[in-house]
Design a protein around this ligand. Structure first.
Ligand code: CA
Length: 95
């Protein structure tokens, strides 16, 4: 019984998926259809990885992303890095 409970506790963490950011270059179509940077809520610089020169917010993809595994808590917590990369055409929103 203890094993079952332990498995149930671990499963959501695994499903949460510590995947790295998608650093695939943006297509011309993706760049053209991006939301204007002024309309994007980049959040704050409250994250552990703020101001390290890479976007650590899992809502984005592009060459400006980090390859470090991203967590839910990284969402909207890396404003300056993500805004800078977004304005340079190196990110787009994926959610
Ligand atoms: Ca960062």
């Amino acid at each position: 019984m203890r094993k079952i409970i332990l498995s149930l506790a671990i499963l959501p963490l695994a499903a949460c998926g510590a995947e790295g950011g998608d650093t695939t270059a943006l297509t011309a179509e993706e760049l053209a259809s991006r939301t204007d940077a002024a309309s994007v809520d980049f959040g704050t610089d409250s994250g552990e990885w703020a101001n390290d020169g890479e976007c650590d917010d899992p809502r984005f993809k592009g060459p400006g992303m980090t390859t470090t595994p991203l967590l839910e808590e990284d969402t909207k917590a890396d404003a300056t890095d993500c805004r800078t990369a977004y304005e340079s055409g190196n990110l787009t929103l994926i959610e």
